[in-house]
Design a protein around this ligand. Structure first.
Ligand SMILES: Cc1ncc(COP(=O)(O)OP(=O)(O)O)c(N)n1
Ligand SMILES: Cc1ncsc1CCOP(=O)(O)O
Ligand SMILES: [Mg+2]
Length: 540
């Protein structure tokens, strides 16, 4: 009798590899340590093994899995699966076609299929519920385990596309596990982010090889994974206090600015060259400390400084390894990262670069102009002509829809800048539950607009948008008394109010630059948001 399909728990799926276990351990001992500490499904994956050895190993692991009442899957080798009476098989796109696999293994055994592209889901749906029971979605991140991978890593965003395709084709029967480069440092955010765009479908589990098989303490590693998967939310910044449905009051905003002055956050800038000097001065004006560092070896230390915050602006970019290390360091330290994906998809190079940044970190806030946010939301097919594209005559309701969609997709606060700034809070959908969606849809997200009328001279100086990024980073980094959403709203309103004030005082674009810094200084030292000439409104 094979394991009943409807009882399979996909949450922690261990795939073996006999080439990597540390000295003093065996494949058997590693699998047993996993089973004792929360592994719920096992796959034997032997790529270079004589059949006789595969069978011997299979028989031993078969007994072990039966002892722990966990189903056993065999990779690639359908003959071995049948011979040792495994509960199922896993095949990839280049392995035996699924209809033939089903013909051989019969209706009751589990069939898993590797899916690397959303388009592959169509085929799965055409076969219908009698064929594929679950899919391995990947590769999510780079991995050394799979030799000569044919696909490049898809990141959580690729997995979301696969979940969306399953929803589109109504493939309700098909379970999903993510695979490839998954470790405790990225699993929480993969689970947190990987929800279909309609909020209805999340992953059913995590599948991995090296994190357990190569571990010197496989029991401990499995336990860490089990605890992470059992957790229900991913707290990636300490001030992610849940927002209420109310708008921040002027008192809340004053409190945020005063708290920032007290805490003096360190704002590490990885930003474009044009922004360097202006961004540093804006940060100082806000009672925060800028550091314009792109030194990979110090990102870990910087991220541990109290109230440290990272602003990542991709206008010109530091070496990608430095960026990845910085993202990891700030995420590990649970310190906020503000992302400004400059010219998001204006060239193929920028698209790849920005998508890489998005795939390697969890952001507290993503800030972009309308073209950037529309392309992030996939709502604009027209490629941006230049990185300074403006939103002046763009339909506000479209921008609100796009801002909410991006906030939901990246589970972050999103700012779409323009004459009217739009801010949406995707962080409240931060609770995750395996298999279930978020119980939320993008339309439900809290969203506000911030309006102060046109400030045309903003467009006449360079790096004004980038310095809004510095302002957001200062406020989300320095404030720990209010929600992330409130801090971002306050930063946007403060920057707009300062821009208006500066525009009335300047003689031209040169003095506007200086006046803007002065105005930010003034408004954050004599704090009185009741006097700001901006309007914050809730938006549906
Ligand atoms: C759970 C899971 N997902 C994906 C794979 C990869 O299968 P495949 O693409 O056939 O590659 P190989 O594992 O055969 O190298 C998997 N094994 N398990
Ligand atoms: C078998 C497989 N298929 C896609 S990635 C992968 C290997 C994943 O290994 P690891 O968990 O060590 O990155
Ligand atoms: Mg295979």
């Amino acid at each position: 009798m094979v394991f009943p399909k409807d009882k399979v728990d996909y949450s922690l799926y261990l795939v073996t590899d006999s080439g990597m276990q540390p000295e003093g351990t065996t494949l058997y001992s590693q699998v047993e340590a996993g089973l004792q500490n929360g592994v719920t499904l096992v796959q034997i994956r032997e790529k270079d093994c004589e059949t006789i050895d595969f069978i011997k190993e299979g028989i031993a692991i078969r007994k072990l899995c039966t002892k722990y009442n966990v189903p056993l899957i065999i990779n690639d080798r359908i003959d071995v699966a049948l011979a040792i009476d495994a509960d199922g098989v896993h095949v990839g796109q280049e392995d035996m076609p699924i209809p033939l696999v089903r013909k051989i293994v019969g209706p009751d055994r589990i069939i898993g299929w590797s899916v690397g592209k959303a388009e592959e889901v169509k085929q799965l749906a055409e076969w219908g519920p009698d064929y594929v029971d679950y899919i391995g979605v990947g590769t999510i991140f780079p991995t050394l385990t799979k030799k000569n991978p044919k696909k490049s890593p898809m990141g959580p965003q690729g997995a979301i596309k696969v979940l969306d395709a399953l929803e589109t084709y109504n493939a309700t029967w098909c379970k999903t596990v993510a695979i490839g480069g998954l470790h405790p440092n990225n699993i929480p955010r993969v689970l947190y982010q990987c929800v279909s765009s309609n909020g209805k479908r999340a992953l059913d589990g995590i599948s991995l090889v090296s994190d357990i098989m190569a571990s010197k303490n496989a029991a401990g590693s499995a336990k860490i994974l089990r605890d992470l998967i059992n957790g229900t939310s991913f707290k990636y910044v300490p001030n992610s206090l849940v927002s209420t449905k109310n708008l921040p009051t002027t008192n809340d905003m004053a409190d945020i600015i005063k708290t920032v002055s007290k805490n003096r956050p360190l704002v590490q800038h990885i930003t474009n060259k044009v922004h360097y000097n202006f961004g540093a001065n804006v940060t100082l004006a806000l009672n925060s400390s800028p550091i314009m560092s792109e030194i990979e070896s110090e990102v870990g230390e910087l991220s541990l400084i109290p109230y440290a915050t990272l602003l990542l602006n991709t206008g010109t970019i530091a070496p990608i390894d430095t960026v990845k290390s910085a993202l990891r360091a700030y995420n590990d330290a649970k310190r906020p990262i503000v992302f400004d994906p400059v010219g998001y998809s204006s060239t193929t190079t920028r698209l790849v670069l920005n998508d890489t940044c998005l795939s390697f970190g969890q952001y507290a806030c993503v800030k972009g102009n309308s073209s950037e946010i529309l392309s992030l939301a996939n709502l604009s097919t027209e490629k941006m002509k230049g990185v300074d594209a403006s939103s002046d005559n763009m339909d506000l309701s479209l921008l609100i829809k796009a801002t909410k969609a991006v906030a939901f997709q990246f589970k972050t606060v999103v700012v779409c800048t323009g004459e009217t700034d739009v801010i949406a809070d995707g962080t409240n959908s931060g609770d995750y539950q395996l298999s279930k969606g978020t119980g939320n849809i993008p339309d439900d997200l809290m969203c506000v607009t911030v309006n102060g009328g046109p400030i045309p001279i903003m467009g006449d100086i360079t790096a004004s948008g980038c310095s809004l990024g510095s302002t957001i980073a200062s406020l989300v980094g320095g404030s720990d008394t209010h929600s992330l959403f409130y801090s971002v709203i306050t930063a946007v309103a403060l920057y707009k109010a300062a821009g208006k004030l500066a525009s009335t005082r300047c003689k031209g674009s040169g003095s506007f630059h200086v006046e803007l810094i002065d105005a930010l200084y003034e408004l954050s030292h004599n704090v009185d948001p009741t006097k700001w000439d901006v309007k914050i409104s809730a938006s549906k």
